[in-house]
Design a binder for this molecule. Structure first.
Ligand SMILES: *[C@@H]1O[C@H](CO)[C@@H](O)[C@H](O)[C@H]1NC(C)=O
Ligand SMILES: *[C@@H]1O[C@H](CO)[C@@H](O)[C@H](O)[C@H]1NC(C)=O
Ligand SMILES: *[C@@H]1O[C@H](CO)[C@@H](O)[C@H](O)[C@H]1NC(C)=O
Ligand SMILES: *[C@@H]1O[C@H](CO)[C@@H](O)[C@H](O)[C@H]1NC(C)=O
Ligand SMILES: *[C@@H]1O[C@H](CO)[C@@H](O)[C@H](O)[C@H]1NC(C)=O
Ligand SMILES: *[C@@H]1O[C@H](CO)[C@@H](O)[C@H](O)[C@H]1NC(C)=O
Ligand SMILES: *[C@@H]1O[C@H](CO)[C@@H](O)[C@H](O)[C@H]1NC(C)=O
Length: 410
């Protein structure tokens, strides 16, 4: 059943108002250390930016603007909130780039010395309607007594840290359990967690230490979280020839290791394994399932492993005709979702990311200012604050609009 629309969760959202709460998220707290280790850098950069940054405060009210109570436009039955453009907005970013302690060093471009600041200032603007400004308090109310879990690759980590920074007004408590970071909002009994599963299916080490990928088995940790209230999946970047050993003796089904399976065939099989797992394990009365789409990379003159770069990109692409075509990975995903019985809310953020060649850490993936030249550039992940903030704003809009019975897409 095609389930990209018509989601209704209002009952779900209002039923737990009275519970106390939690929130768990796997967040790299090491960025705290960065702030401690580089205070002088931070202060210097801050002083050059005082016009904007000092207007931030920890109260959510200060984030509110004219948009904060946008209702789904009643005269517009359909609005694709994922089709639009980036507009310069002086009220951005929505959180202070120097002081969200939950951003890991690799995404902390500002603290790592990135001086061009335009990339902090863009807001996603759909063509057909406005989306509401992220209201941390409302979001916390929607998460009250609930568990939200990200499952996927490091781009999920990017999004998870952004969400925590958005919610920072509600000082939480972090704790670490096992391999994971969790973020817990005590006053709301709400947890946000992150499971690292870049292929969604199980990576597998055979006794002889040879690594394979079990296309027919979901990543094991996920079963513990199947009754979470919100599951937000992603996969994509690891389905490339390098990370999957060119498909040679890498993909495994049952006991059989395929000697020569293309990445495309393997990816489709893995997605079907995911779809079947969701259809079999998820109680749709309780759990809302999201899939966050593919985020484009912007390597010039090479790829991630062949010295591609994106340094000195300081503005987004403005001409839509220059955007990369929609990823085949997501076309396959759309087909798989359309055959599922579970309603999956597809956060179709690919196009929005395609514009943002300016949004990557590039050489600012490390703290310090001396080791710049010659570093392998990161043109896959995103600086925070930055592009993943819009994914959470779209998540927030999806939750709000859906609770009002609004069709986001046609
Ligand atoms: C905001 O929160 C941070 C971290 O919890 C704290 O150090 C700072 O003093 C707070 N600022 C205000 C204005 O309350
Ligand atoms: C809010 O709306 C008023 C009236 O439409 C306008 O004058 C003001 O500039 C707006 N403020 C912001 C922050 O957009
Ligand atoms: C907190 O929420 C969990 C579900 O996420 C629930 O099982 C638990 O009973 C809640 N605790 C309190 C004190 O309400
Ligand atoms: C990745 O694959 C390309 C060609 O597919 C190859 O040239 C490159 O050396 C590979 N990189 C690694 C790290 O294996
Ligand atoms: C694997 O498949 C590719 C494309 O079908 C083919 O070119 C290659 O020769 C095959 N390799 C082996 C070892 O069978
Ligand atoms: C699904 O979740 C709802 C709401 O929590 C619950 O009432 C129902 O018993 C669950 N169904 C199954 C089969 O577990
Ligand atoms: C997702 O966005 C892409 C790029 O804008 C578009 O081609 C595709 O049709 C969208 N998918 C859905 C289900 O809306």
């Amino acid at each position: 059943m095609l389930t990209l629309q018509n989601i209704s969760i209002s009952k779900h959202l209002s039923s737990t108002r009275t519970t106390t709460l939690i929130l768990t998220c796997f967040v790299l707290i090491s960025s705290l250390l960065i702030l401690i280790n580089y205070p002088s850098t931070t202060n210097t950069l801050l002083s050059t930016l005082s016009f904007q940054l000092f207007s931030f405060s920890n109260t959510t009210n200060s984030f509110a603007n004219n948009n904060s109570n946008v209702d789904p436009p009643s005269n517009k039955k359909h609005c694709d909130i994922f089709d639009g453009r980036w507009v310069y907005d002086d009220s951005y970013p929505v959180y202070d780039p120097s002081s969200c302690p939950y951003v890991e060093p690799g995404f902390s471009c500002f603290n790592n010395g990135r001086h061009d600041l335009g990339y902090l200032k863009y807001r996603w603007q759909p063509y057909g309607c406005d989306i509401p400004r992220f209201d941390a308090k409302k979001m916390m109310e929607m998460l009250r007594g609930k568990r939200l879990v990200f499952v996927g690759d490091s781009l999920s980590r990017n999004m998870c840290q952004s969400l925590i920074c958005h919610l920072m007004a509600f000082k939480g408590q972090t704790y670490r359990s096992g391999l994971f970071y969790n973020y817990y909002f005590k006053d709301y009994n709400c947890s946000i967690s992150l499971i690292t599963a870049p292929f969604l299916v199980q990576q597998h080490k055979l006794p002889n230490k040879k690594e394979t990928l079990r296309l027919d088995t979901m990543e094991a940790t996920i079963s513990k979280y199947r009754d979470a209230d919100f599951l937000i999946f992603n996969t994509g970047h690891w389905w490339n020839p390098n990370k999957s050993k060119n498909g040679e003796n890498f993909f495994q089904e049952g006991d059989v290791i395929q000697s020569n399976m293309t990445v495309g065939v393997a990816y489709t099989k893995a997605l079907k394994t995911w779809a079947k797992w969701v259809d079999t394990n998820v109680n749709t009365t309780k759990t809302k399932v999201f899939f966050r789409g593919y985020a484009n990379t912007h390597f010039r003159g090479g790829d991630w492993d062949t010295k591609g770069t994106c340094h000195n990109e300081i503005t987004p692409i403005t001409d839509e005709k220059l955007l990369k075509p929609y990823s085949w990975l997501m076309q396959t995903l759309e087909t798989v979702i359309s055959e599922m019985k579970t309603p999956v809310i597809y956060l179709n953020i690919t196009k929005s990311t395609a514009y943002r060649k300016d949004g990557h850490p590039s050489i600012y993936r490390y703290p310090g200012s001396k080791l710049r030249l010659g570093v392998i550039q990161d043109c896959s992940h995103w600086c925070l604050p930055g592009v993943p903030d819009s994914w959470n704003q779209l998540l927030y809009a999806s939750l709000l609009f859906s609770s009002k019975g609004f069709n986001m897409t046609t």
